[in-house]
Design a protein. Sequence first.
Length: 123
Amino acid sequence: MKRSGAQEWGITSIAVHPGLSRTELAAKGAGANSMIGRITKVVLRLVGQPAAQGALPSLFAATSPNARGGHYYGPDGFRELKGTPVEAKVPDRAKDTEVAAQLWDSSQKLTGGTPASATWATR
């Protein structure tokens, strides 16, 4: 967001998280029959929200006129595990400017340029 504004790229960045949603991603990612996979399935059944509810922060960011660039949205429930979209607490590790600079540099090396040099950014 900061770079886009400074360079006048016209890009809006909005971050979101789904909370704890009942999908197969976590359970199958760890292995369906692994101990972590089995525990994940039980925890999701007990405290998770439906996958469609977990999609709401993304939909809010993409479609709501109230969603603001540079902000972070997630569920409004206990510890942001489930609920309806609201502005969420940004984790401290996400505010680390040194790590952000390293990510930017790595992204430039891997893509061979900056967003301003990409075809989509110059249209």
